[in-house]
Design a binder for this molecule. Structure first.
Ligand SMILES: Cc1cc2nc3c(=O)[nH]c(=O)nc-3n(C[C@H](O)[C@H](O)[C@H](O)COP(=O)(O)OP(=O)(O)OC[C@H]3O[C@@H](n4cnc5c(N)ncnc54)[C@H](O)[C@@H]3O)c2cc1C
Length: 408
């Protein structure tokens, strides 16, 4: 087990500085343009691929970093540059993690490289779970996958929504119901290979923030995929379903939900994105407060402004510590007995919303315009309390974990 430390090691510092350079030199200068265009910033993704940031190798290296800090450090730096562009760069990772978590070695080796493409022909991937009537309430999912034994194919029908990269992705990972009797335990994940007939993009959403990231509906109309596209394989699925049916027969006794453990491990990454956005806005506000003069002195000379900045920085550092703790716990296989992953996502995302709003206030009229980036950062920050589980759902998970009660 890697020893706990509050400091990044030399190698990590080097990677962090390299990422920061890319965020400062390539991402940040492009942020306003792609926010206005509301389009996927393909040239920036390509640039990231050329230098090795948009690549399976880099992502895997950070994912398996034995301290657990590789992914949070990466997220913080890229999202410091710009949240919309950074999500376009890391969005593929959501689908890749879906395959890493549930796929066989063969599936991992076949599909994850295709999700990224290569520097001359970059691709993105999408993870499609949410539906119009199944957001927080994942168990009410309706997309149905039915096995056609004669052809060894799965037939998938349904409508997914809010999919990051949905429809523009090569590979889509789709969660569907295989046994409606079992609620969320009757779900399975499928690879939909590029250009599969029946998969189409529905409406593309015009959003409040992270506008450089493509978000759309994905329609699945009699999509047929080979049996080999079921993540984990048929035997493992049959065994899992048999266990779930047995548990249901025993009166639905509480079983440890593997999906919950996966969420606890992935949520700190979203917390780290929020820390990146919050830190970016705080830095702009600090700089502005030290240079903007009113009443013959810099506005930071007023306690009313200085104390806000002190609170902002304190909350950002506290958020990062919660994120690092949960990430360290995840890589070391520590049980999340107090839902520490959810805690980190809850605190960091709420902090980003608050800090970016305070940054607008400190910049006064300028903060309210698109001449300065804090207005965009505030719009972007609002997503962190919504996706990967809303703040209310994080509180629900934490309260249930702490109390053991089925709090509703
Ligand atoms: C930009 C963007 C990108 C996204 N990317 C993806 C993606 O790539 N893949 C994917 O599958 N999904 C994605 N999502 C979906 C996202 O995860 C959902 O929006 C989120 O889970 C919330 O679901 P919902 O929007 O249906 O809200 P709802 O579940 O309808 O919630 C509405 C409100 O009710 C509250 N609420 C609901 N239930 C409870 C409860 N029990 N107790 C207290 N409050 C409750 C919620 O907290 C929220 O405030 C994305 C969403 C957005 C906006």
């Amino acid at each position: 087990m890697a020893e706990f430390t509050m400091e990044l090691n030399d190698e990590q510092k080097e990677v962090r500085d390299w990422l920061h350079g890319f965020a400062a030199d390539v991402i940040r200068p492009a942020a306003a343009e792609w926010d206005e265009r509301e389009e996927t910033p393909w040239p920036v993704i390509q640039e990231a691929a050329k230098v090795g940031i948009y690549s399976l190798d880099f992502y895997a290296q950070q994912y398996f970093d034995s301290t657990g800090l590789g992914i949070p450090m990466t997220m913080e730096e890229l999202f410091w540059g710009d949240a919309g562009i950074a999500l376009s760069i890391v969005g593929t990772g959501l689908a890749a993690v879906g395959v890493l978590a549930n796929g066989t070695e063969e599936q991992i080796g076949t599909w994850i490289p295709q999700m990224y493409g290569d520097a001359n022909d970059v691709k993105v991937a999408a993870f499609c779970s949410s539906e119009p009537d199944a957001g927080s309430d994942v168990a009410s999912m309706r997309t149905r996958a039915v096995y056609d034994e004669a052809k060894d194919e799965w037939v998938i029908n349904g409508t997914k929504t809010w999919a990051t990269n949905g429809g523009i992705a090569g590979v889509h990972v789709v969660v569907a119901v295989v046994d409606p009797e079992l609620g969320s335990k009757g779900h399975a994940s499928f690879i939909i290979p590029p250009n599969t007939p029946g998969l189409a993009q529905g409406q593309k959403f015009k959003k409040h923030g992270i506008r450089a990231s493509h978000t759309a509906e994905v329609i699945l109309d009699n999509v047929r995929v080979p049996g080999s596209c079921l993540l984990g394989g048929k035997q493992k699925l049959d065994e899992r379903l048999a266990r779930a049916r047995e548990n249901a027969r025993k009166g639905g006794e509480r079983v440890k939900n593997a999906a919950m453990a996966t969420f606890e491990a992935s949520r700190p990454a979203v917390g780290a994105m929020a820390v990146g956005t919050a830190r970016a806005a705080y830095e702009v506000a600090l700089d502005y407060a030290m240079t903007r003069e009113q009443f013959g002195r810099p506005i930071i000379d007023n306690q009313g402004v200085a104390f806000q900045l002190a609170d902002m920085r304190t909350q950002i550092d506290a958020a990062r510590l919660l994120v690092w703790r949960a990430s360290w716990m995840a890589i070391n296989g520590k049980p999340f007995t107090a839902a520490e992953g959810s805690m980190s996502k809850l605190f960091a995302s709420e902090t980003a919303k608050k800090v970016t709003a305070q940054a607008i206030q400190i910049l006064g009229g300028n903060g309210y315009t698109r001449e300065y980036p804090v207005e965009r950062m505030h719009r972007d920050a609002a997503i962190y309390t919504i996706f990967e589980g809303t703040s209310e759902i994080q509180r629900l998970v934490i309260a249930r974990t702490l109390s053991g009660m089925p709090i509703r």
